[in-house]
Design a protein around this ligand. Structure first.
Ligand code: ADP
Ligand code: MG
Length: 236
């Protein structure tokens, strides 16, 4: 599947009740193709997270459309959008996102249990649990499966969030600074997972501050003041 964003923008009102529009995202076109690992970098406040939130339907754009396959994302009703997102998008948000009353394994299974097709089917559930354990193994925290998130370090929580994003085997992986809490070794582990997913035909977007991530990229874009710039074109 292909994701195509056409002329998307987002403005916020600077003061509550005011009329002063602040464009966090200018008008941009953007696409994610199958088999592609795209890196987006840029200064803090340049609009990267706003873009990711719009591409995944977490935030409604002020203008423009996001079309995924033949679905116009922002035309879906809330329930359909939520289902669509959990089926097709693996999202790693900026910051921490653990549910502290669930174990690590339960956190990873959350998108499956909320929106998995076979949640009532025992065999399906067993397969999902196996997938969850395999993901925890891949990200190097399998021994933490039954631990509560409050006992995890920042890097372990990040790897839990990455495992959770992949539980429904999504076609699109969109990760907002996924390596921010990771040491070099775990950064490499995670980026190799993303790279392998891209090579297997998935579409991956990695937002980062870390220029070491560039070597994994098929395409690199820079975000400046809400505008996406094509690095290859900038460099000629
Ligand atoms: P980045 O992820 O590149 O650091 P963001 O997309 O988070 O940037 O933010 C871009 C700009 O939009 C920032 O100036 C931020 O303060 C502003 N912004 C983001 N979300 C909101 C919001 N909900 N209300 C008002 N301003 C916002
Ligand atoms: Mg951000």
């Amino acid at each position: 599947m292909k994701l195509t964003a056409n002329k998307i923008s987002k403005w916020f009102l600077r003061e509550r009740g005011g009329s002063n529009k602040f464009f966090a995202l200018g008008e941009n076109d953007f696409s994610l193709n199958e088999g592609e690992l795209v890196v987006l970098y840029g200064q803090s406040g340049s609009g990267k997270s706003t873009l990711l939130n719009i591409l995944t339907g977490l935030l409604t754009p002020s203008t423009g459309t996001v079309v995924v396959g033949d679905t116009d994302l922002h035309k879906l009703d809330d329930v359909s959008l939520s289902k669509f997102r959990n089926k097709h998008f693996g999202i790693v948000l900026q910051g921490q996102s653990a549910i502290n009353t669930l174990t690590v394994l339960e956190n990873v299974l959350l998108p499956y249990n909320l929106y998995g097709n076979g949640a009532k089917d025992k065999e399906e559930l067993r397969k999902a649990q196996e997938r969850a354990k395999a993901l925890l193994k891949e990200t190097g925290i399998e021994e933490l499966a039954s631990v509560m998130p409050t006992e995890l370090s920042g890097g372990e929580l990040r790897r839990m969030a990455i495992s959770r994003a992949l539980i429904n085997e999504p076609e699109f992986i969109l990760a907002d600074e996924p390596t921010s809490d990771l040491d070099d070794e775990n950064t490499e582990t995670v980026l190799k997972i993303f790279k392998r997913l891209a090579e297997s035909g998935k579409s991956v977007l990695v937002i980062t501050h870390d220029k070491d991530v560039f070597k994994y990229a098929d395409k690199i874009f820079e975000m400046k003041l809400g505008i996406i710039l094509d690095k290859d074109k900038i460099l000629g």
